[in-house]
Design a protein around this ligand. Sequence first.
Ligand code: IMP
Length: 176
Amino acid sequence: MHKDLTEILITKQKIEERIKELASEITRDYQGKDVFLIGILKGCFIFLSDLVKNLKINVNIDFMMVSSYEGKQSSGVVRILLDLKQPIEGKDVIIVEDIVDTGLTINYLMKTLKARKPKSIEVCTLLNKPSCRKVHVNLKYIGFDIPDKFVVGYGLDYNEYYRNLPCIGVLKDEVI
Ligand code: IMP
């Protein structure tokens, strides 16, 4: 275990198993369709790449980057730092997120993207913290529900570090 972690919440093996299950669900639900995946940078980058390797349907992939956080606290203010290169009108869209916490980011993204008239739009998130929700959001695909703890690894960061850890872990208090 990394010296800055107090516990490993989800092991690499558990993540890999769950991603295969999520990919099977998506493959089944979107049979015969092309899916437009929108990865939300930077946290999604490992999850998205592992997910798409297990999808057996045609996919397009694009990225957005939004800022809502600095350090550990949600500011509630969402800004688009990088937008899509392609239109999504008439397309079946899935937003791929690392984690949904207060729901403010995904709520804002859903509103913004729905205005671009996709045929359908759903969310696939690796992690979900249901106890932290400030706004209701509809999450179709959830990897794991987790408690209200600040987690890092598998793409998730604390001040840009720890994204490369292969598991999801909880940081020691003294590090934060
Ligand atoms: P929300 O708007 O509060 O739902 O937060 C969503 C974003 O906050 C995620 O995409 C993450 O970038 C970040 N975030 C929320 N909780 C955590 C955490 O426990 N660890 C790392 N990043 C987090």
